[in-house]
Unconditional design. Structure first.
Length: 275
């Protein structure tokens, strides 16, 4: 049967599939639009199954704040090549997933996967994208923060994004952007030393003691030396103690206090593609 260009274009808009794939699907479905959509979805599942063991190390990382500035989310959707990651259609798709997540305040990956995007679940659209693009596409990570005020930062190239929550609401947009940028650039392990997991502390102490031992320091001094190294680790790797990237003479905690004596960070997340 004859398939019109209008029908092909309609199916393309509905699925994002290529023109030839849409034409073939409509021919196979004998012009039935819903059947054609199902055919393309099944094709996506077949491609996804074939590429399941492929490495999806590229992708797009974005972050966004809700209208009430109480909720922020960061999402990473992976693909196989840099070519796809830089494609505007793919970036727009990731934006649409993030917009949906923030609008509905999805708390975790399971909630996000189950949400409907253009009449299909996010999980199904990812499978469909795999079929359309021909690469493994996956929801690599999804993180959220909530607080009295929240902020987001996306590094150039959509490879790193960060979100941060403050304990107070107010005119803190500049500070929020600065701290989110700090998180993206310096990759802190925790807000303060009190939040560093015990296993991380113990590992740093053991490494510090072994380093001192290798340097020939007396056995009785090893623990004291290791504790000194641990304090240095806290200063370099916990957010509030880190030197502020815009003014290394003050810490991030001091910078926040300069904006408001009681202002501090209550939560943060950072997503980054592997270097």
């Amino acid at each position: 049967m004859k398939i019109t260009a209008k029908e092909v274009n309609e199916l393309r808009k509905a699925t994002g599939a290529g023109m030839m794939d849409c034409k073939k699907a409509l021919q196979e479905a004998e012009g039935d639009m819903q059947k054609a959509i199902d055919i393309l979805r099944k094709k996506g599942q077949k491609v996804a199954a074939k590429r399941a063991d492929r490495e999806a190390g590229e992708g797009v990382v974005l972050a966004k704040v809700s209208d009430d500035k109480k909720f922020a989310a960061a999402v990473m959707i992976n693909c196989e090549t840099d070519f796809v990651a830089k494609n505007q259609d793919f970036i727009d798709y990731v934006k649409s997933v993030l917009d949906l997540a923030v609008a509905n305040k999805a708390k975790n990956t399971d909630e996000l996967n189950a949400m409907e995007l253009d009449g299909r679940t996010v999980a199904d659209t990812i499978i469909e994208k795999t079929g359309v693009i021909g690469e493994k596409i996956q929801l690599g990570n999804y993180q959220v923060v909530e607080g009295e005020s929240v902020y987001a930062y996306i590094h150039n190239g959509n490879r790193i994004a960060s979100i941060v929550a403050f304990n107070k609401a107010g005119d803190f947009d500049e500070a929020g952007k600065d701290v989110a940028m700090q998180i993206a650039a310096m990759d802190p392990v925790a807000i303060s030393k009190d939040d560093v997991p015990e296993d991380v502390k113990q590992r740093e102490i053991e490494i510090g003691m072994e380093q001192a031992r290798q340097e020939g320091k007396p056995e009785a001094m090893l623990e004291k030396i290791a504790m000194g190294k641990l304090n240095k680790f806290f200063k370099e790797n916990t957010l509030l103690a880190q030197a502020f990237i815009k003014d290394s003479k003050q810490s991030v905690g001091d910078y926040l206090k300069s904006k408001d004596a009681d202002l501090t960070v209550t939560a943060f997340k950072r997503l980054a593609l592997a270097v």
